[in-house]
Design a protein around this ligand. Structure first.
Ligand SMILES: [Zn+2]
Length: 241
């Protein structure tokens, strides 16, 4: 595929889904993708170190719709992957939402010290298990008659780490990693890209009010602004070279 650099012998193919295990070098972000990300993250991400891999990190466990970004690199199943997320048409804007959600995980990883990056990976794993439990409860709830199924579906919503409450606005950094990523992706789509009526593919991830975003994201904006004005030497800070 264009834009993907592969090392010979480092990819495998699974029998069931024909999806490759994404152990290749991946591709860099396109200039258009960096431009889009800068609208939200400014210089707080060192875009040179971001890679997008086409394929699953853990075939068999990672479902076709789930991307994984555990250490600042995106591993996207074929179904979620695009060669350039900045060149998508109106009908596929959910791909852009998904891409920005994963870029939020890159930002979460890069903003930590080397030591606490392990914590980011660990938290991500715990939240993945919670997501699996929520999805299981949801499908059980949907399969049962409404009277029994509805409480189970509600329970699924309450353990789903992607869900965030919009009243009253709370400090952004008090949300879990998945909620933070959802808030940022929703904010990006509604406020930056102007898709006011955009609704994510899960019904419980609806766009919240501008009031909610502006208040909740205040501390996030302060942090991004620091990176933009100080122009810190990120590479040195993160010990990446
Ligand atoms: Zn996520």
């Amino acid at each position: 595929m264009p834009g993907i650099i592969k090392k010979p012998g480092t990819t495998n193919t699974t029998k069931d889904s024909q999806e490759k295990i994404s152990l290749d070098d991946g591709r860099k972000l396109s200039s258009g993708e960096i431009e889009l990300c800068k609208k939200l993250f400014g210089n707080a991400i060192d875009y040179r170190f971001v890679r997008i891999h086409k394929g699953k990190l853990i075939p068999g466990i990672q479902s076709d719709q789930v991307s994984m970004t555990p250490w600042g690199e995106l591993h996207m199943p074929n179904e979620n992957y695009m060669d350039d997320f900045s060149k998508i048409d109106e009908k596929r804007k959910n791909y852009l939402h998904h891409f920005m959600h994963e870029m939020a995980h890159v930002w979460q990883f890069q903003r930590r010290s080397t030591y606490s990056r392990g914590t980011v990976v660990l938290c991500g794993s715990v939240l993945s298990v919670a997501t699996g439990v929520a999805n299981l409860l949801e499908s059980i709830g949907q399969a049962l008659p409404e009277a029994v199924g509805e409480p189970i579906e509600n329970l699924a919503g309450s353990v789903d780490p992607y869900t965030y409450k919009d009243t009253p606005p709370t400090d952004f950094f008090s949300y879990n990693m998945e909620s933070q990523a959802e808030i940022l992706a929703d904010y990006f789509m509604s406020s930056i890209m102007g898709h006011q009526n955009y609704v994510g593919k899960h019904s419980n991830r609806r766009i919240r009010s501008q009031f909610f975003y502006e208040n909740t994201l205040q501390n996030f904006f302060v942090e991004i602004e620091k990176f933009n004005t100080k122009n810190r030497d990120l590479k040195k800070q993160w010990n990446l070279e």
